[in-house]
Ligand binder design. Structure first.
Ligand code: ZN
Length: 157
């Protein structure tokens, strides 16, 4: 496996404190590390929700809401027969409510540090060559595809 979860070490850091130059954050959640919504791309380290160091309570609330709902949908994708396909579509569709919220959040987080939104893709689903928002070609980055304009990141499997 080559996905983000297996490549990253989830020890804790504070937002901004240890971010290196030209590093960026990824808003990303998986079913194991539930409370680490952000990852430093360069340090390969997840940041715990409680260590985000964000003073804006409304923004923290939004992160918490996104985390909770995203995780609930992810759970449906992982564990349920009947809702699995529905959940996959929600996670993959850039226009679903959860992704619209995630993109909004990611945009707000850019005030703290450059942040990309991780767009989920089911196993064995083809990686699109173009960004689903602006329809321009993705840029390749170490096994990932990113759109710098829309701040979206997707992964090769
Ligand atoms: Zn784009």
């Amino acid at each position: 496996m080559n996905d983000l979860y297996y490549r990253f070490d989830f020890s804790e850091i504070n937002l901004k404190d240890k971010l290196e130059q030209d590093d960026f954050l990824i808003l990303f959640l998986n079913h194991i590390e539930l409370n680490y919504p952000l990852i430093s791309y360069k340090l390969k380290t997840g940041i715990h929700f409680l260590n985000l160091n964000i003073k804006d309570v409304a923004l923290l609330d939004l992160i918490y809401d996104w985390m909770t709902v995203y995780n609930a949908i992810y759970d449906l994708y992982m564990d349920s027969g009947d809702y699995e396909f529905w959940a996959l579509k929600e996670l993959e569709n850039i226009n679903s409510s959860i992704n619209v919220l995630g993109l909004k959040l990611s945009n707000l987080l850019n005030n703290y540090a450059e942040t990309y939104y991780y767009l989920f893709r089911g196993i064995d689903r083809e990686l699109p060559k173009k960004c689903p928002l602006c329809n321009k070609d993705f840029n390749a980055l170490e096994g990932s595809h990113i759109c710098k304009k829309c701040k979206i990141i997707m992964e090769e499997w």
